[in-house]
Structures are given as C-alpha cells and as structure tokens.
Write a protein that binds this ligand. Sequence first.
Ligand code: NAD
Length: 472
Amino acid sequence: MDVIRRENPARVAEVVGRVPVTDADGVDAAVRRAGEARREWAARPIGERVAVLWEAAEAVSGRAGELAVLLARESGKPLADCRGEISFALTYLRWVCDNAPRVLAPAEIDDAAGRLVVRRAPYGVVGCVTPWNAPVILAMVKLAPALAAGNAVVLKPSPLAPLAVSEVAAALPAVEVVHGGAPAGRALVTHPAVRKVAFTGGDAAGREIAAAAGSMLTPSVMELGGNDPAIFLPDFALSGDDYERLVMATFATSGQVCMAAKRLYVPRARVAEFTEAYTAAAERVLVVGDPLTPGVTMGPVISGPAADRIRALVAGSLSRGGTAVPLGRAVGDLESGYFVTPTLVTGLDDQAPLVTEEQFGPAVPLLPYDTEKELPARANAGDLGLAASVWSADEDRAFDLAARLEAGYVFVNTHNRTGMSLRAPFGGVKRSGYGREYGEEGLLEYVQSAVVHAPAAFRDGGAGLPATAYPA
Ligand code: NAD
C-alpha cells in the first residue's frame, strides 16, 4: 500500500507522520460505510445530532494543544495560528450546534388552501475535498453543517497536511477520511453514491472537480482562490497597529490564505509615507522562523515547488523593473526548510504576473493610483473575486466603493481573518467559486428543500378542484 510521508516544511528531513493512500476500491468502501452510517444518523432528531456534535467539540477541545503542535509541524504555520485555527473551528462547530436546529427546522407556509410544509432534507453522502493551508477550519466549515443536517461525509484532505484534520474528523460521527492526491479526490467526487461535493482549493482542481461532479449531475460548492485587492482611499488614516494588522493580512500563513491582501493600491501622493510605515510595522511584527519557536509569526511555505514559484514571481518582477523590499526579521536556521523572504514589490505595471496572478505566497505588489476613478476597474480586473478591503477615515465612503467591487466579501479598515464573521456567508463571485460557507447560507448548502402538501381541496369535506383548475 502506498504511503504519504508528510515532512515538516520548516525542517524537511523530519517526517511528521504517515497516512496510507486510499485507492479507488478504498474510496468506494469508505463511501459505502458512510452511506450505512448516514441511515442511522439522519434518523435521529436534529437536537440529538447537535448534542453529539457538541460532545465532539468538547473532546477535541481537550486535545487542542497537542493537535495545534501537530498542525504547526505538518503545515509550517506558527503555533499560535494553529491554536487559533483549532479554536475557531470549534467555535464554528458550536455555532452550528446552536443555530442549525432553528435554520433547518421544517417551515410551514401559511397556506389557507391546505397544509404546506417545506422540509430541509439532507443530500445523503457528501464528498469533501480540502486544501492544506487551513486544513482544520476548511474541513470543519463543511463537516459541521453537513453533519448537523443529517448527511454523512467522506473527507479527502490534502496530502500536504493530512494529519491534524484526520484526528479532528475521527472525533466526529458519520465521517470517513480517505487520503491521497488527485486520484483519490477524483474517485470520491465521481462516486455515484456521493450526492453533494464540497471543494476548497485552487482554480485548476476546482474546474476539474466541478466538471467531474457535473458529469454525474452531482451539485457542488466551490471555494476557490482570490487575488484580493486592499485599497487605501486618499483619506486613509492608519495607526501603527493598523499597519501591523495589514502586514499580517498579507503574510499570515506565509501569504498562503485565499483571502489574503494580495494587491495594495495606494494613492501616489502617499506612497512614500505608506511604504515607510508598512516596512516599520513589518519589522515589528513579521518574525520568520520555525513555527514552534515562540514569537515567530511567519513560517516556511508549504513545499519546495511553492517556494520556487514565489521566488520566480519576485525574480520576474525585478526583470520587469520592479524593486523588492525585504520585510521583517528572521530568527534561527532557515536553511533546512522551505523559507521565502517576505517581500514588498514596488514599481510594477498592472500586467505583471505578480499583479495578475494569485501569488499565494509571501510577496505583495504595491500599486500607486492617481485618481479614485481608476480604482473599481483596476481592482476588478481579472477573473477572480473572492475578497477585497477598503481603508478610509470615512466609513460611508469605504462602503460606497465596496458596493462597486466584484468580491464576495469586502472588509472595511481591516483585511483577512480579523474581518471574518461566523454569521456572514463567505464565498467568491466570478471564477472564485459558487455556493457559500458560514452563516445561515452555509447551513442551507447541505440540505435540499422537500415539500409535503395536503391541499385543502382534498381533505375531509373538501370539494376537490374543478376539472379546469390549475394551482395558483
Ligand atoms: P489544490 O487545488 O491543489 O488542492 C486542493 C485539494 O484538491 C487537495 O486535497 C488536492 O489533493 C485535491 N485535488 C487536486 N486536484 C484534484 C483533482 N483533479 N480531482 C480531485 N481532487 C483534486 O489547492 P491547494 O494548493 O491545496 O490550495 C491552494 C488553493 O486553495 C489556492 O488557490 C487558494 O486560494 C485556495 N483556497 C480557497 C479558499 C476559499 O475559501 N475560497 C480557502 C483556502 C484556499
């Protein structure tokens, strides 16, 4: 049996753990087991299901410290971030437990002509394929609502961070985990007994999975990449703390976050002031090193190819006339891992690959503008539309521009995790995907409406419909 050996991206000689690769027969067996588990699970009242999920949250919470260390070692994310990810995943699971019974309750339509009930029916077995950059929370935003609704789940995490999320999934009922790369993912999303597919990841895999699921008429939710602009209006007023938050909005998880600030639009007249304050803030808060070293805020990137890709994007930027400004401070040995120097790049045109592509790594372009009129078109350029941010001393002005941005989520005076809300739907527009996670919409993603109707015309004493009648 093939095995995935996951190395520590901060010390690549160290193997953090191993998981077996699941072949097509193994995926089939996992889907069948999930199908069996789901019969008993779906038959339970939702109150019982959320009670079981709540207990699972308690069990994982008791192991959160140990799981955070495992997550840091397999993903290269700083330990504090890993603790935060696990705690946020449990907060979200509890939010689902609190809200699913209300949101997924059958709704009675006030229909004078009879009894008309809309049930929220689970799909059956849901197939989830997830990435490595936030493996626990990105699985939990699928698992929690799917399970609360009465589905069973087969999860295929990324082979680049399969360990901590497998431990979390093992604490949940009606969940099977399969391992491997694209072949295991394909076997899962094309399995005839999988009734819904939930995917988070890159554009290329997303297109292939959406097409494969579509060929089976299996509905899907797609959370894909973003190339998110952070726009500073001419009146922006940032404190030192704001600059620090902004720096981390790009460089948390070494820039490998779908909704990271990936393009910075700054009024030309204030570029010098911005650059100086930004680099000073980075010097204070951006500490590159081993994820387990206290005080480190940026670890390595996920793999050798990812490091090569980012370095090539920066080198290509220099050859187009750009200037690289290295940021932050390094601590300890950076030679043994996939470390990339965090970099601000200035002097680029809008056609530079670092501007047009999702870099998904620790390099960000600073792009001056002359008039606010340029902003919507420049910010909306390209196919992606996940998130964006607008920074202004005048909140109304920021909201006005936000309404003209093609993005599923616009942050005002912050960006990235600090602007998320469990209660709000999250997802992309344009080629950043479809369907939503979080909020009530994220719960409704895992049910289908199923109506039960007893028309008054045919109930006791009803006269029936006239032969010519058509329901109005
Ligand atoms: P990826 O697309 O390479 O892989 C994601 C998952 O899909 C992995 O489990 C992988 O094994 C699997 N996979 C890859 N090809 C497949 C195929 N053809 N069929 C079935 N499964 C397949 O993405 P990644 O490198 O793990 O993650 C980075 C991308 O994810 C970035 O583009 C990022 O923006 C995006 N992302 C989006 C969100 C969001 O919420 N919108 C969140 C995090 C990451």
